[in-house]
Design a protein around this ligand. Structure first.
Ligand code: AMP
Ligand code: ZN
Length: 114
């Protein structure tokens, strides 16, 4: 059991706006949204980064993206498009070391990202 901030939100020891929950995945609203819709899709298991994913986690990683797509659909983001992002390591902007997929939508996103 980890004491990381996302594990504690998943266990409801810290407040968080939970928008999806099933046996293996929790999704929350980002506390500092970077777009009109900014959700974080989290595995309930504490996996620090993509580099720590084990072969037995592969289905779970796929599920993070199918939950993100479901949430995007529910919020009507499909027609305008939306972005899913996984930051890995400090150089890429990762600040919370519990793997998460950012789901961003409701505005235009440019490429390449900053
Ligand atoms: P990253 O920088 O990719 O590791 O993303 C971490 C994200 O978690 C950032 O977008 C933060 O705004 C968000 N965040 C940090 N603390 C909380 C919290 N207590 N509840 C919800 N989102 C959080
Ligand atoms: Zn954690």
């Amino acid at each position: 059991m980890s004491d990381c901030i996302f594990c504690r939100i998943i266990r409801r020891e810290l407040p968080g706006k939970i928008v999806h929950e099933d046996e293996t995945v929790t999704a929350i609203e980002d506390i500092r949204p970077q777009a009109p819709v900014h959700l974080l899709v989290l595995p309930k298991a504490h996996i620090e980064t993509l580099g720590a994913v084990k072969p037995e986690d592969e289905a779970l990683i796929g599920k993070l993206f199918s939950v993100a797509a479901k949430l995007a659909r529910e919020r009507g983001l499909e027609s305008r498009g939306y972005r899913t992002v996984v930051n890995n390591g400090s150089g890429a902007g990762q600040t919370v070391y519990h793997l998460h997929v950012h789901l961003l939508g409701g505005r235009v996103f440019h490429w390449p990202p900053g």
